[in-house]
Design a binder for this molecule. Structure first.
Ligand code: GLC
Length: 422
């Protein structure tokens, strides 16, 4: 009896001293590679420190399907989501459902994140998400195989095709018949939009729609880029790439069956994991240029954490989002899973750089990554992206030439935007 009274008194004292009462906070984490596990560990560490419980919400792996899932839940005002992980291209699409975090994060703290990411997450003056990790497309290659065949790391896509042929022909003769030249993500999903934007930008063919909203996709450089990449499918790249997302490509590369792979930074930690067949055999560099006149580029990706307006536990949810995007947790995530921090300070951290040397060597790739045209196309970005990747997928599959498909795409996008007025 005495003990019970003491217990009640302690609870009252805690509540009065401003400590929020125990809550169950639901969070939607990603599921590509180690994302789910690493997110869960971080969220549970926070919950333990603060006397809360975590509920993990499962979401579809595909970015686009995830968006539809969130749009449905949020539009219905569902209380089932507290912390939502959102893609760099979704801030405008979901802003109306998200809590303004500006009053919760002092300017000095906000100043420790990359400015362009904070700007990207600011919609009509409201900070709708905190940057969690950033992404850019990278080229992974087999150091050991390039050395064996005395090949240089390619700097153009054309060179990549030649090197890939030399290495695969040599290996096939030696009995390693399953080896393919290159894998990337050409399934008709958001990942193809990212890959194809890289090809086109690397050839100097623009960004589908320019900053003023004008549809620029039907141009000779974009046609050249897609024609060239289509010529690789079924020769240097297996036909299977037409069905590959990130994880299918990583599966092939990590099991030692590809010379090159395009993927995001998360693949680094996994390729070098203890049980990885290619551990210590992998190099990583900027994606190739589209010919000597082209440029190295990578699509800007990355994820943010936001809090749903319909959450019944906003205070705790904000605490969780701040903890996960905090310096200590971002460092842990960089060390265990090579997630690129969104805080420039961590790119000076010796341990982070030791685990991920490419964070330093590929700084330009990360700071100058090419953005998908989500800002200018606003609510119509998803539609644009799906029209774009369908046209690219058709071209890669041999259903129509790049000329024909990009001309048709131009017409569709002009219709969608009423000639560039998105
Ligand atoms: C990565 C990127 C994200 C992109 C997605 C496509 O997760 O960070 O921005 O939309 O890949 O699959």
């Amino acid at each position: 009896m005495h003990k019970a009274i003491l217990g009640v008194a302690a609870t009252v004292a805690l509540t009065m001293s401003g400590v929020a009462s125990a809550a169950t906070i639901s969070i939607a984490c990603g599921s590509v590679g180690q994302e789910y596990e690493v997110c869960k560990q971080g969220a549970e560490a926070w919950a333990k420190q603060n006397g809360h419980t975590i509920r993990m919400v499962s979401v579809p792996a595909d970015a686009n399907e995830q968006l539809t899932f969130f749009q449905q839940l949020l539009s219905a005002g569902s209380e089932d989501l507290d912390v939502v992980r959102i893609d760099v291209i979704w801030t405008g699409l979901l802003a109306q459902h998200l809590v303004d975090l500006k009053p919760q994060v002092p300017d000095a703290e906000l100043g420790q994140f990359f400015k362009p990411l904070v700007q990207n997450n600011t919609v009509e003056g409201k900070l709708v998400a905190l940057p969690w990790f950033t992404d850019a497309g990278l080229l992974y290659y087999r150091k050991d195989l390039l050395e064996k065949y005395k090949q240089q790391v390619p700097t153009t896509w054309q060179e990549l095709a030649t090197v890939a042929k030399t290495v695969t022909e040599g290996e096939h003769k030696a009995g390693n018949t399953r080896l393919v030249g290159v894998v990337f993500q050409a399934k008709a999903a958001e990942s193809l939009t990212c890959n194809a934007l890289e090809w086109i930008d690397s050839f100097g063919g623009g960004t589908i729609v320019d900053e003023a909203g004008k549809v620029t996709i039907n141009n000779p450089k974009a046609i050249e880029a897609l024609t060239f990449m289509a010529s690789l499918v079924g020769t240097v790249a297996p036909k299977g790439v037409l069905n590959y997302s990130e994880e299918e490509s990583r599966g092939v590369f990590q099991s030692g069956q590809a010379v090159f792979m395009r993927n995001w930074p998360y693949a680094w930690a996994l390729a070098n994991a203890k049980d990885s067949p290619v551990k210590d055999k992998v190099g990583v560099t900027a994606l190739p240029k589209g010919g000597p006149e082209g440029k190295h580029t990578g699509t800007l990706g990355g994820w943010q954490l936001s809090v749903s307006k319909y959450s019944k536990n906003q205070e705790a949810a904000i605490g969780l989002a701040k903890y996960l995007t905090g310096a200590e947790e971002q460092k842990r995530r960089a060390l265990v899973a090579s997630f690129n921090p969104t805080r420039p300070g961590l790119y000076q951290d010796a341990e982070v750089l030791k685990a991920n040397p490419f964070f330093a060597t590929l700084q330009n790739t990360f700071t100058q990554a090419v953005a998908r045209p989500s800002k200018v196309t606003r609510g119509k970005y998803s539609k644009l992206s799906s029209e774009f990747r369908n046209a690219v997928h058709s071209t890669l599959s041999g259903r129509g030439s790049a000329e024909k498909n990009l001309k048709a795409l131009e017409g569709k996008l002009n219709g969608l935007s009423r000639n560039g007025k998105w």
